[in-house]
Design a protein. Structure first.
Length: 247
């Protein structure tokens, strides 16, 4: 059975400023179910913080295959995230002007994630998913639909997506940290690119979990029907990840 992951509070002063008025459901908000352990318990290999030789041992075929799939999924997911917020923002901002800074903050972070993965796919000549047009349409419809349903549904959408995506990034971080530890044990340099990738995916993972916190603080769990909505979105996310790894 998947253990529960207690997502620790990561509220920065900025997050406090962005937190919307009227949040009243703090009690149940920190628990997401995931097969990965808490980010707070993950190792921090020393070589991540040391200057590395840019000439490092090339990745193995298995490692390349893993990154090929993972980075393709990441780019597709970030595309979807930007489109969800783009479609949600007009109705949500109109009905709840106090949420405008939060919606913009989350969109801006997603746009930054998308830009990073676009650049890395281009640099390493990794093909984007063939489902790109399909995911674009689905994300736009999902954002529009939950935006029309209202603030709680829009936040439930973010909660569901970030639960899945947080787990997805967590798995990648753990795999990459495993590589780093293995290389350290063999006395190998990990290389600037791998070092940068681990740091960047960790940062993105933390920002996704921050979005999850914002969503719950803004009454995601008051959405109606909450269970059905988040259940369908989470199954959809898992399906999209599975397909994008392959196609
Ligand atoms: Fe993102
Ligand atoms: Fe996100």
């Amino acid at each position: 059975m998947a253990p529960a992951l207690l997502v620790r509070a990561r509220l920065t002063p900025l997050a406090f400023q962005l937190r919307a008025r009227g949040s009243n459901n703090a009690a149940s908000r920190r628990t997401i179910i995931t097969s990965s352990a808490s980010p707070a318990t993950e190792p921090h290999p020393e070589s991540l913080d040391k200057p590395q030789d840019s000439r490092s041992k090339p990745l193995s075929a298995r490692q390349k295959k893993f990154l090929d799939k993972a980075l393709r999924v990441n780019q597709a997911g970030e595309l979807a995230a930007t489109l969800i917020y783009t479609s949600q923002a007009p109705p949500i901002n109109k009905a709840h002007p106090h949420l405008r800074p939060l919606m913009k903050h989350m969109y801006d972070q997603e746009a930054g994630h998308f830009k990073y993965f676009n650049e890395i796919l281009a640099k390493h000549r990794i093909r984007p998913t063939a489902m790109y047009p399909m995911w674009s349409a689905a994300a736009t419809v999902l954002g529009w639909g939950t935006g029309i349903m209202g603030r709680e549904a829009a936040m439930a959408c973010t909660e569901a997506v970030e639960t899945e995506i947080g787990e997805h990034y967590n798995g990648q971080v753990r795999e990459l940290l495993g590589w780093v530890t293995e290389m350290e044990d063999k006395g190998e340099e990990i290389g600037e690119e791998l070092q940068g990738l681990v740091k960047q995916i960790r940062k993105i993972r933390d920002e996704e979990l921050e979005h999850l916190d914002h969503a719950v603080e803004n009454d995601a769990k008051q959405a109606n029907p909450y269970e059905l909505l988040t259940g369908v979105i989470r199954v959809g996310c898992r399906g999209a990840i599975w397909v994008s790894e392959k196609v």
